[in-house]
Design a protein around this ligand. Structure first.
Ligand SMILES: [Mn+2]
Length: 356
């Protein structure tokens, strides 16, 4: 098992690469989607609510190139770190795959091109969320131990998604007024099947693994749209759609624990035993969707040490990252929260290494 840190696009700086290495990470996972671009949102904190959105999607005609990916990997390697993966696709590049829209064929080609560029640049994992609404309806407050600011949820946000928006980002600011039509669950599963059918062969050829995040928050319907993986058992349906080593999971333990069915330790065992985890988001939470609060890693409903033991037992050899953490009261709230979680993981991993 390897320790990693997830970094948002605006955080891809030498200082943050050094921070990751100093905290014991050997790997990083990067976001290249520029959330809150042009929206003036608070980039240090996790997004809450939905109406303001996460800003404008990127340039539909500018896919991530081999040159920029290779340069990023080189810079990360220069800090004695490996670039393990890219987390999330830009809605500008693939919205009609999610929406089954008129540009679907072109957008499937876009994803294949990105995958080929990643493979050539030596970046092995692409995380994605196959969701129309994205995260919505979160609230923020002093919910964690000692009044640390954290995110949570009290009720499901069912406000409809406006035209020209998907996954909280605006890809067409000139879209006509109105909302996107509600899909059926079967339509969404078919869209996912079409996606995997089209891109998994390209991923296999490029040596890239696709990694699916479960629906966050895990609710059957959000913003009037059906969700796919809102109970642990639905992850099995996703991996069974395409029996390929390129079809794996961005296994978010926090989101899985927020689901109303299943025992989290059985769930971790079920999927890690099958060797279908690409990487793991390990965070803690108290409660079940839609009523939950995110907590410090040692302080929620999940025994994270027990999760790590199960992953070890099943020979999981990928990367774990803290996902997100409460913010700590100091000059660097995000970094302190991450350093706390990373120190916790380093200790657990060191103990495992000395016992094996
Ligand atoms: Mn997650």
């Amino acid at each position: 098992m390897k320790l990693g840190l997830g970094l948002y696009r605006h955080m891809l700086t030498p200082e943050n690469f050094r921070f990751a290495r100093q905290a014991g990470c050997t790997h990083v996972i990067v976001h290249l989607v520029d959330y809150f671009h042009q929206s003036g949102g608070d980039r240090q904190n996790q997004p809450v609510g939905s109406q303001a959105g996460w800003g404008r999607a990127g340039d539909p005609n500018k896919l991530w190139t081999y040159e920029e990916l290779a340069a990023l990997r080189k810079e990360i390697n220069a800090h004695d770190l490996e670039l393990y993966g890219i987390e999330n696709l830009d809605p500008a590049h693939w919205h009609d795959v999610l929406l089954d829209g008129p540009k679907k064929a072109q957008h499937l080609e876009n994803v294949k091109t990105i995958i080929r560029n990643m493979g050539r640049a030596g970046i092995p994992v692409l995380g994605y969320c196959f969701a129309l609404p994205g995260v919505a309806g979160r609230i923020s407050g002093p919910f964690a131990r000692g009044g640390a600011v954290s995110v949570g949820m009290d009720e499901a946000d069912q406000t409809p998604i406006p035209n020209g928006t998907v996954w909280n980002m605006v890809y067409d600011p000139d879209a006509p007024p109105g909302n996107i039509p509600a899909a059926t669950p079967e339509q969404m599963w078919q869209r996912l099947a079409d996606f995997l059918e089209a891109v998994i062969p390209a991923a296999e050829e490029a040596g890239v693994t696709l990694a699916a995040h479960p629906d966050d928050p895990p609710l059957p319907v959000l913003r009037g749209q059906p969700r796919l993986v809102y109970q642990p058992r639905l992850y099995q349906r996703l991996i069974d759609l395409k029996a390929s080593p390129g079809n794996k999971l961005e296994f978010c333990v926090g989101t899985l624990a927020e689901m109303t069915e299943g025992d989290i330790y059985d769930v971790v065992d079920q999927y890690s035993r099958q060797g279908r985890l690409a990487y793991v988001h390990l965070r803690n939470v108290h409660g079940k969707a839609p009523h939950y609060r995110e907590t410090f890693i040692d302080d929620g409903d999940i025994n994270a040490l027990r999760v790590l033991d199960i992953l070890q037992k099943n020979h999981f050899d990928g990367v774990i990252i803290p996902d997100h953490t409460p913010q700590m009261d100091c000059a660097a709230p995000w970094h302190a929260g991450m350093a706390f979680a990373l120190g916790y993981f380093r200790s657990a991993l060191q103990r495992m290494e000395s016992n094996s």
